[in-house]
Design a protein around this ligand. Structure first.
Ligand SMILES: [Zn+2]
Length: 536
């Protein structure tokens, strides 16, 4: 994220690793008293991501986030099942991935179970297994309490100073120029070296992370091919676009460890799934490569050799072309490219497994909805979201039943999730019929109270229905979800004013209950705000 979600939490500066307390390799140091408590670490993490949420490069892309979070959750479950993730950590930490638009190849762990992933990484990995291997490594830095130990070594720093230090390290690693500047500032460099993971920690994160792959449903070979990819990038040179290499130097020891884990005669890496190819294409487009590159991608399907390319590659190219055209505001071309995608998709799926097919077809429908929403055609967007545009066999399979059954079958096939929820709300807001989304959104935020975008959507729905008090409360919750307690308190107080001032739309039936919710939430958030201020 610009200057912020920069490189890994902890950057190696080329002068090898800092001389940290050396653990016995592969022996976690849990409970030796030399680490931060879980609740202190979570609070520190909250205060850091509060800043990252405000970073202009932070991106809450529902489609990409769902994809990455899906891999991430599978790995977390594996860690839990293997006893690598203590129940207390599972409970207390956030376990949330933040995406940054940054083009550099990077992923990093932050205190408190937060993780950053740059779109540059998603755009460059060949398979979901490779992406999972990086996530598994980073998850293991947290489950093994490496971060807690590093921070404990900083001595009696206040949380504010620690947070500033970490944000500074992130910022500095973002660009090669900034890294240069850092070398000049000796003090900052000294701080950075203290924040590096030790070689032992790196090896432990490899070992524990590798163990999560198979139980998480991933091909362990993904770890090896990711290492190969890093080695290749290493040979070509580090021009600053691979900060992950700076923070995770590929020592010969790490490579030897990895090769010793692969069983003799291990299967070749699995080919990329279609949904992964589409998501990598999406990441490349959304990382803002520039107008010229978007134009190149729009033109790519017209290349002489395009027809001869493998179908999965063509699908990914059509996806990139469609989304690039949307970015360029050329909706007619975007629709043409989407038709190309719709034509090639069934052929790419021929012989492929069923799950991949459904996931890919759903991604194509979501792309259609996104396109039509950008084009201002809300009804067309809605028809994509209702599955009424046939891209796979789902609708035909369901069409045999009664109307009601068809709806159920279709919903199950399409497996609607957060992207559908948010896109559908936006489309219905345009047609003035968003009332039906109030229920589903309320159900969603009840189980995902930290989903700021969903709270914001709910605020818009209530606003459109003239339920102003509820709308103001949802706005307050959206701020609270991003740990911006001051802004949340401000909105809750605005709600109180509104309720006590009938002339401004308050005092409708039911407002008494609404106001008591606001009063309760205001008190809770005010005390969180005090706590936040005291931590400085
Ligand atoms: Zn690492």
């Amino acid at each position: 994220m610009s200057r912020a979600l920069a490189a890994t939490f902890l950057i190696a500066t080329g002068t090898a690793q800092a001389p940290l307390a050396v653990a016995q390799p592969q022996l976690p140091m849990m409970g030796d008293g030399a680490e931060m408590t879980t609740s202190a670490e979570r609070k520190l993490g909250d205060s850091i991501i509060r800043q990252l949420y405000r970073d202009p490069d932070y991106i809450d892309d529902a489609v990409l986030h769902e994809y990455v979070q899906g891999l991430f959750q599978a790995l977390l479950q594996a860690a839990q099942a293997r006893g690598e993730l203590a129940p207390e950590l599972r409970e207390r930490f956030a376990w949330e991935v933040l995406l940054g638009r940054d083009r550099t190849v990077n992923a990093f762990a932050l205190p408190g179970g937060y993780f950053g992933v740059h779109l540059g990484l998603i755009g460059v990995v060949g398979t979901r297994d490779e992406l999972a291997s990086v996530l598994a490594h980073e998850i293991s830095h947290v489950t093994q309490r490496h971060i807690a130990r590093l921070i404990a070594q900083q001595g009696r720093q206040t949380p504010l100073m620690l947070g500033t230090m970490i944000l500074g390290a992130l910022a500095a690693s973002r660009s090669p120029e900034a890294a240069q500047a850092l070398v000049v500032g000796g003090q900052a460099l000294a701080v950075q070296n203290q924040l590096n993971f030790s070689r032992e920690m790196e090896r432990e994160a490899d070992r524990v992370g590798y163990g999560l792959m198979e139980p998480g449903g991933f091909a362990p070979q993904g770890f090896v091919s990711m290492f190969d990819k890093l080695q290749q990038a290493n040979r070509i040179n580090d021009n600053g676009s691979w900060p992950y290499l700076r923070s995770h130097p590929l020592t010969t020891q790490r490579i030897a460890d990895m090769h010793s884990r692969i069983p003799q005669g291990a299967a070749q890496p699995a080919p990329a799934t279609l949904d992964h190819l589409m998501m990598a294409a999406r990441a490349r487009v959304l990382m803002r490569p520039g107008v010229d590159t978007w134009r190149q991608w729009v033109a790519e399907p017209q290349d002489a050799g395009f027809a001869a390319r493998p179908m999965p590659e063509r699908v990914a190219a059509w996806y990139a072309a469609t989304l690039s055209a949307v970015q360029l505001g050329d909706m007619a071309t975007a629709r043409k490219c989407l038709r190309g995608l719709q034509n090639d998709l069934p052929r790419a799926l021929h012989g492929g497994d069923g799950h991949d097919g459904k996931a890919a077809a759903r991604l194509a429908r979501l792309l259609g909805a996104e396109l039509e929403l950008s084009a201002g055609n809300a009804p067309a967007a809605l028809s994509y979201l209702q599955g009424s545009v046939v891209l796979d066999g789902a609708r035909r399979a369901g069409a045999a039943g009664s109307a009601g059954e068809t709806g159920v079958a279709r919903a199950a096939e399409a497996a609607p999730g957060r992207p559908e929820l948010l896109l559908r709300t936006q489309a219905l807001l345009r047609t003035g019929a968003a009332a039906e989304m109030a229920g589903p959104l309320q159900t969603w935020v009840a189980t995902h109270p930290r989903d700021a975008a969903a709270w914001q959507a709910l605020a818009q729905v209530w606003q459109q229905q003239g339920q102003l008090l509820r709308a103001v409360r949802a706005e307050a919750e959206a701020h609270a979800a991003r740990y911006d307690y001051a802004a949340a308190v401000d909105r809750f107080k605005a709600g109180q004013d509104l309720a006590r001032n009938p002339a401004r739309g308050g005092s409708a039936a039911g407002d008494y209950i609404e106001l008591s919710i606001i009063d309760t939430r205001l008190r809770a958030v005010e005390s969180l705000l005090k706590e936040q201020a005291a931590e400085r």
